[in-house]
Design a protein. Structure first.
Length: 205
């Protein structure tokens, strides 16, 4: 994040939502996004929320180049299903939460077949079927990536805890807010905060 950029939310909000809490394992790919000066007492790797903040801006701008109806948001992971659905609804994107039916992106004979122009996955590991089909179809892939994720086949990574209920709610909520601002639908952050409480984006499972 550049020195002039004001965080989208204060660092303590990211921490309260556990966006920075990574996994016990780390991948070489994700090392660039980790806070190597700090490690959780339980051995968990810590994600640098400054880089999370920066990437939320980058992802918002990138996705805003597409017609919302041509964006597909995917989440097999339980805690990602509600925020992914609400994000898709907020921006007008398509969504597949829960089970991803094999062939959805590659088999035109399937009833569920669709042709998005870009795909966003909640976890490259949990959403591996969607990721694989997106690659075969030549679609750019945006992914929320935890400390242990590999970035093979991921075109744009958003580093964050992608297993936590509160973390996924905040990340998708911020993405929606920033995209709506870019589109001109929102004039101020407060306008979105009054309409959409981040707590309501948390999975209820």
């Amino acid at each position: 994040m550049t020195e002039t950029a004001t965080p989208l939310v204060s660092p303590d909000v990211y921490e309260r939502h556990a966006v920075h809490i990574g996994t016990n394992q780390k991948s070489a790919d994700m090392k660039q996004f980790l806070d190597t000066m700090h490690q959780d007492s339980s051995g968990l790797h810590i994600i640098d929320v400054n880089k999370t903040d920066e990437r939320i801006r980058v992802v918002s701008k990138f996705l805003s180049h597409y017609e919302p109806s041509r964006i597909l948001v995917v989440s097999a992971r339980q805690y990602g299903q509600r925020p992914a659905r609400k994000f898709a609804q907020a921006i007008g994107a398509k969504q597949i939460v829960g089970r991803f039916i094999p062939g959805t992106l590659t088999n035109p004979r399937l009833r569920t077949y669709m042709e998005p122009e870009v795909i966003m996955v909640t976890d490259p590991a949990a959403d591996s079927q969607a990721l694989s089909e997106a690659v075969k179809s030549g679609l750019p892939v945006v992914a929320i990536c935890d400390a242990n994720n590999r970035l093979r086949n991921v075109d744009l990574a958003l580093p964050a805890n992608n297993k936590g209920r509160r973390s996924l709610a905040l990340v998708y909520w911020l993405l929606a807010r920033e995209m709506l601002k870019i589109k001109g639908t929102l004039k101020t952050d407060l306008e979105f905060e009054l309409a959409e409480n981040v707590d309501d984006w948390e999975s209820t499972f």
